[in-house]
Design a protein around this ligand. Structure first.
Ligand code: SAH
Length: 228
């Protein structure tokens, strides 16, 4: 399946003076991910092109294509590539999505992956400095189908809903009912739930209620309340 990348990665790469080397390391990462778990080929295709090294501090860019989470400042981390691939694959499974909400923009990498696959992406981040950084990188990559909001997304973002999907990238001890209310019929919410022990869960809103599935164990930074 061929998914066009919305954004001009080539131009961004030329501007950053990097070419084949990082493409090769990205290809290797994708091969690793494909061996680790069943993943949606559309997601892998997109991750083959999104330059993860541009989202992290230059000092860490040599590790950007290792399958690891990395610090992004403010006590937060960029999610491990396998986690991004699994969450996005779980989100996409089902009817096509038109609009999604990401809670926890962080450095914006997951946002860029979503933006390549879904026409409208809304992403909310409570730390203003992280949101500003993500905004800059997404703009440099000419990704234009993302609305970034600074604020507390623990109760979603009702103004811009309903959403066909909600992807939460920080772990909530429990999920606010407001999140389910903002899901369109058939909409999917992917979220790590729990405090000490976390589990990645998928909730699907159906005509008769919410259907819940366990996707696996998870290790996310905690969801916090209020802005920072
Ligand atoms: N997808 C991001 C993950 C970053 S870690 C990436 O790969 O870079 C999770 C992010 O969630 C952090 O940036 C943190 O500040 C943010 N976060 C935590 N609680 C939040 C809340 N209530 N509302 C919005 N963002 C929140």
């Amino acid at each position: 399946m061929n998914t066009p990348f919305r954004g001009d990665i080539g131009a961004a790469q030329r501007a950053a003076g990097i070419g084949m080397t990082s493409q090769r390391t990205r290809d290797r990462l994708i091969e690793t991910l494909a061996e680790l778990a069943p993943l949606d080929p559309r997601v892998l295709d997109v991750m083959r092109h999104v330059p993860r090294h541009l989202f992290v501090d230059e000092a860490l860019s040599s590790r950007a294509y290792d399958n690891v989470s990395l610090p992004i400042g403010h006590g937060q981390t960029i999610s491990q590539p396998l986690t991004v691939a699994q969450m996005t694959s779980a989100l996409l499974e089902g009817p096509p999505m038109r609009r999604v909400l990401e809670i926890g923009t962080g450095c914006g990498y997951q946002t860029a992956v979503l933006a390549a696959l879904i026409p409208e992406v809304v992403s909310i981040e409570r730390i203003g400095a992280l949101a500003a950084h993500a905004r800059r990188v997404l703009r440099d990559l000419r990704i234009r189908n993302v609305a970034l909001v600074v604020g507390d997304g623990s109760r979603g973002l009702a103004d811009k809903g309903p959403y066909d999907g909600i992807l939460m990238t920080a772990a909530a001890a429990s999920l606010s009912p407001a999140l389910f209310e903002q899901l369109a019929d058939g909409g999917r919410l992917i979220a790590p739930v729990g405090s000490k022990e976390q589990a990645l869960r998928r909730f699907t809103r159906t005509a008769t209620g919410v259907h819940e599935e366990l996707l696996g164990a998870a290790h996310f930074v905690p969801l916090r309340h209020g802005r920072s």
